[in-house]
Design a protein around this ligand. Sequence first.
Ligand code: GLV
Ligand code: MN
Ligand code: MN
Length: 398
Amino acid sequence: MTASGLLAEIEDVGRDPKRGGYSRHAFDAPEQDLRAWFGERALGLGLDVDTDHNGNIWAWWGPPGPDAVVTGSHLDSVPGGGAFDGPLGVVSALAAVEALQARGFRPGKPFAVVVFTEEEGGRFGVPCLGSRLLTGTIDAGKARGLRDADGVTFAEAAAKSGFDPELIGADPARLGQIGRFLELHVEQGRGLIDLGAPVAVGSTVIAHGRWRFSFAGQGNHAGATLLADRADPMLPAAATVTAVRRLAKAVPDARATVGRLVPTPGGTNVIASIVDLWLDARVPGSVTPALVEDITRAAEAAAAEEGCRVTVTRESYSDDVVFDDALRRDLGGWLGGPPELPTGAGHDAAILAGFVPSGMLYVRNPTGISHSPEEFAEAADVEAGAEALAGVLERLAR
Ligand code: GLV
Ligand code: MN
Ligand code: MN
């Protein structure tokens, strides 16, 4: 089946009528449906499917072994996300295997399609959790204790889905089997629109991280408490939102976002006792921590002014990544010199890049919008991407 045909098969899974788009989170019902669907599709291609201790799914074409060529992406989404971020890389991998089989190709090396779990960190807060666990980039104990918005830990959710939480953690044997990793992904900005090309090779991923700012004040009555008597954590939270934009604007090429702000208890007639906000900050080079330091100082000053306290917790961080030079050169040569694109988006391939030669292909997104229902790719570009992926996999795995 074509990549577009495979995407059409899952177009109703995890639709979010409230937010629009899709909400598919690690181990929730839609994601479980997608896991089952992937397993069926992979088995249908004659692949052997197994799930590792961290919840990542591996579909092997031939026996597993060293120097494997591995391709894939993820099936989870951000809340209210688009149809392509993640699934496009998975369906393109399946379509590429089918196309190669139809051409009579048989890999001369171990070959696998992988689906990484919790890439967006949409449920447990840490992005690329599956690939961080595989590579030991996150401590297993920390991962087990990560909580979702309802207080359920990653360990509890994994156990409920049939995984032994004690086995969660670095998997050097499996990581050691990967010779090259290649992820195809929908483009998440305007790069390919502006260049008028359907497919690009990834060059770099900028440093990025997530920080939780927790402002604590005094919960109280909205009518009975005079303004002068308040310690309202919403005020320093609001001041921090504007400080994020002001301070980031002063740093070349910085991106900084507050996309999530949660007051507790969250009542219209209640002064909040706690306001949590999450900062997503991304700047090329080593500037990100310095920018977050400045934002922290601004948050502390705003908290003190209102008689509140703030605690800042780093939830994840990744340095700049440059994808493997030799692989980039090969991909570019085999694909006839497509553009190379840097990105501000994070990917499992960027986590893997610290351990094995890794690369990415991007498929044009005509809206230039991502992490939103407006994310899109034309069917012709989807097929061009899958064909490009098949072509380079054939060369890598021969
Ligand atoms: C993942 O898509 C991210 O960049 O946050
Ligand atoms: Mn994403
Ligand atoms: Mn993605």
